[in-house]
Design a binder for this molecule. Structure first.
Ligand code: NAP
Length: 284
């Protein structure tokens, strides 16, 4: 091994869990653009990382200085807090100095995972995010938008949709700057919107007919099962949605402003820029 190869092998890196997903992909891209070494942690990564297989955790943690931790499928699901605790402890034992956790707003179970990261001994930052705008374009609401009808159990509750571009900016700041250690940021967008209003803004940006149809949690769970989602998973998901959309999160927070010194991106900008990518052009 040459000196250069040895240095490369020992170079400290940033681990980005969920590094091909909505937030992680953007975090990894931003770090790479700055010339910083990055390791993507996911089942398709090299080496592979799987939350369901703790034997895969130690190899991805080698030479890791800091880690962005986005859990799958959701911090509110059974087993999440235990996995986050074990992973955080192992990360610190493996030499990681800093952990940045993506968490969910208004989720009691997620708060247990937050506590585990805070207790780990690492320099920590918690990103407690509201509902992602990109759920309409990169996640389970894309297909309904393309079908022209977003049937969802959110009644008329208002949600401060957050743009994942803002989450990625805050995550990168927390990973690379010292001023965010020991901070919990509640990350929301700059406006409260009902699902009907958000859907109407997408319709306007795309010029297509898309409407929001409020359904009951029971109707939604049944529809998921019809789409081959396992019944117990459909139940967990619907219960989670019912909790976080019961009005508890219907207020703005200042996490983006506090972390970055600027306003969050607006939902209208998200809708306009996303329409321009063509992702909403298919379907009906
Ligand atoms: N959506 C929202 O509105 C919202 C709001 C607040 C908080 N959150 C939180 O956001 C987190 C999800 O982050 P995200 O939306 O950025 O991710 P995401 O888009 O759901 O991406 C999934 C990522 O996780 C990897 N992955 C999937 N299953 C895995 C497994 N078993 N083990 C390891 N990696 C796995 C995927 O890569 P591979 O397929 O290669 O494994 C991919 O990189 C959740 O914890 C959720 O609670 C979401």
């Amino acid at each position: 091994m040459t000196e250069g190869m040895r240095e490369k092998a020992q170079e400290k890196t940033t681990l980005v869990l969920g590094g091909t997903g909505k937030t992680g992909r953007r975090v990894a891209e931003r770090l790479t653009a700055r010339g910083l070494p990055v390791r993507v942690g996911s089942r398709s990564g090299e080496p592979p990382f799987d939350w369901d297989d703790p034997a895969t955790w130690e190899p991805v943690l080698r030479n890791v200085e800091s880690a962005y931790v986005a859990y799958q499928p959701d911090l509110a699901f059974p087993g999440a807090a235990a996995a986050i605790r074990s992973f955080s402890e192992l990360a610190v034992r493996s030499g990681a100095r800093r952990l940045v956790l993506l968490s969910g707003r208004g989720e009691e179970e997620a708060a247990i995972s937050e506590r585990a990261v805070r207790d780990s001994g690492a320099e920590w930052t918690i990103l407690r995010a509201s509902w992602f705008s990109q759920n309409f374009s990169e996640h389970f609401l894309l297909e309904p938008v393309l079908g022209g009808e977003v049937a969802f159990p959110a009644a008329a509750v208002a949600e401060p949709f957050v743009d994942v571009e803002d989450i990625a900016d805050v995550a990168v700041a927390a990973l690379t700057e010292d001023g965010h250690v020991g901070r919990l940021y509640e990350l929301t967008g700059r406006r409260l919107l009902t699902f009907a209003e958000a859907t109407a803004e997408i319709a306007e940006a795309t010029g297509r007919e898309v409407r929001y149809v409020p359904v009951t949690p029971e109707q939604y769970a049944s529809a998921l099962v019809e789409y081959d989602v396992p019944a117990d998973y459909a139940k967990l998901l619907t219960e989670l949605f019912a909790r976080v959309l019961d009005g508890r999160n219907a207020h703005l927070a200042d996490g983006v402003q506090r972390a970055l010194g600027r306003e969050p991106r607006d939902f209208a900008d998200y809708a306009r820029d996303t329409a321009a990518t063509g992702v909403w052009d298919g379907g009906r």
